[in-house]
Ligand binder design. Sequence first.
Ligand SMILES: [Mn+2]
Length: 329
Amino acid sequence: MKGTLEQAATLLRSQTSVRIYYHKRPDGDAIGSSHALVLALRQLGISAATCCCDPIPPIFEPVCAVFTQDEVGPDAFSVAVDTADSARLGDYQDVPISLIVDHHINRGFDDALKYVEEDASSCCELILKLLEYMHLKITPQIADFLYTGLVTDTLCFRTASTNTDSMCAAARLAAYGADIVTIARHHCLYKTPARIRIESILQESFHFTSSGKVLGCMYHYEDLQKLGITDADLDGLNAVVEQVEAADLGIVVREIAPKFCRVSVRSKGKYDANLICRSFGGGGHPTAAGGEFHTSPEEALRHVEECCRAFIEAQDKCPSNVNERSSFC
Ligand SMILES: [Mn+2]
């Protein structure tokens, strides 16, 4: 059921203990939203804890350093943040969720009250609105968590989803004491040597199709092994294709385990990445979407390039025929 900010606030206020779930392979927005909400709910005497099936990637350790969880029983009220559908909860996908706060095209969770704003550039912005609405104190620690989500989901205010609300949220978080310079540099400037090496492997594999409109690239699992890193160390990597001016669509294929690839499709806006990815069982946003393949990266890239080619052809020929129900490949 669709819910308002007011309904979400009322529901939260009436709880004594809350568990906040967030999606597998967590990013800064999922971690920031959930952890900030725990800290804020504690001000109301509510016991709160976060829950995710995957560990927090090392890059987020600084912001999580002094965070503690409360003991929360099995009957705790369940919230999910930044999670588009129950499959994204991984091991916890069967947990009944009662409240959703999200900025994706949210599917399922039919029994939950859903406070969703699809235009928001990060879930952290929605959590900020919620906490302000509830007149909770935004401490510097809460502001750091929320700013982390805002900066990472907007790639430092550079995504197509960045808007005046994102900038206003950033200004408010700065006023609440977020360490804006450190957080932005940590997530948007610094790279490990291994990260720079992986980016160069992707660049060496650049492959243009569809008359240069589609740029694809990949890395192999053995590249990760050689560098001694895991895919979780590579947050935000998919943006590498967006830096190439000529391409409308960018595909990044990451072989994260032998013959298991995660594919990202990024669009500059002309072609809908969500619709393209839905044609092979994936999904996401119009400008950033993805899916998974149990194949070699070469096969995955070939398949997704073909999906892009078919989509571009269909849209360029007859834009009105391209919709959720069409199948392109
Ligand atoms: Mn998000």
